[in-house]
Write a protein that binds this ligand. Structure first.
Ligand code: FES
Length: 180
C-alpha cells in the first residue's frame, strides 16, 4: 500500500478479497479476532482463490486489524493452507503407516525428483502440485498416490514416469486408474 488514506486502503483490501470474507470481517468488527476466526477467514479466501497470496494475507490483516505477522504465522503453521497457486493436477502421496512401510517415501522422493519440487510446491509449468497426506482409506492398495480424485495403487518408484505421462498427455474422459 502506498497511501495513508484508510478509505483507499480499505477499498483495495476489499477488492483483493472474496465478498463473503469482507462480510465476515465486517460482521465481527469490533470484537477481537480469535485464531479460530482467522483460520475461518483464511479458509474462505483459499476456497475461492485456491491459495493465499501475499496481497490477500495483507488485505486480511488490514481489514481485520490483525498484525500481518499473525496472519502469515497461521497461514504457514497449518499444513492445509497453500501459499502458492495450485497446479492443474494435485498429487497427494499417502505417507500413512501402511503405505510408508511399503515404500511411500521412495515414491515421494521419485516424484520430487521428476517434478523438481518439494511438498507444498507447484511445478513451474503449473501442471502439478505435490502434497503428502495420511491414509486415504485404501490401505489394501498400498502404497498409493492420489492424483486429483483418482487413487492409483500399488505404485512403485518405477511407475511414476508413466503416471505423470498419463496426466500430461491425458485425453478427455480417460480417468481409469493405473493398474500397476
Ligand atoms: S496408509 Fe495409505 S491408504 Fe491407508
Amino acid at each position: 500500500m502506498t497511501t495513508d488514506n484508510w478509505t483507499e486502503i480499505k477499498a483495495a483490501c476489499e477488492a483483493a478479497l472474496p465478498a463473503e470474507v469482507v462480510a465476515f470481517i465486517e460482521k465481527h468488527k469490533g470484537t477481537p479476532h480469535s485464531e479460530s476466526q482467522l483460520i475461518a477467514i483464511l479458509h474462505m479466501v483459499q476456497n475461492t482463490a485456491g491459495y493465499l497470496s501475499k496481497e490477500q494475507m495483507n488485505a486480511v490483516a488490514q481489514l481485520a486489524q490483525i498484525p500481518l505477522a499473525k496472519v502469515t504465522g497461521v497461514a504457514t503453521f497449518y499444513h492445509y493452507f497453500r501459499l502458492n497457486p495450485r497446479g492443474k493436477h494435485m498429487i497427494n502421496v499417502c505417507l500413512g503407516t501402511a503405505c510408508y512401510v511399503k515404500g511411500a517415501d521412495k515414491i515421494a522422493q521419485r516424484l520430487m525428483g521428476d517434478l523438481g519440487i518439494q511438498f507444498g510446491e507447484t511445478t513451474k509449468d503449473g501442471m502439478f502440485s505435490l502434497e503428502s497426506t495420511r491414509c486415504l482409506g485404501t490401505c489394501g492398495l498400498a502404497p498409493v498416490v492420489m492424483v486429483d480424485d483418482q487413487i492409483h495403487g500399488p505404485v512403485g518408484p518405477g511407475d511414476i514416469a508413466t503416471l505423470l505421462d498419463r496426466y500430461t498427455t491425458k485425453k478427455k474422459g480417460a480417468k481409469a486408474p493405473i493398474p500397476v
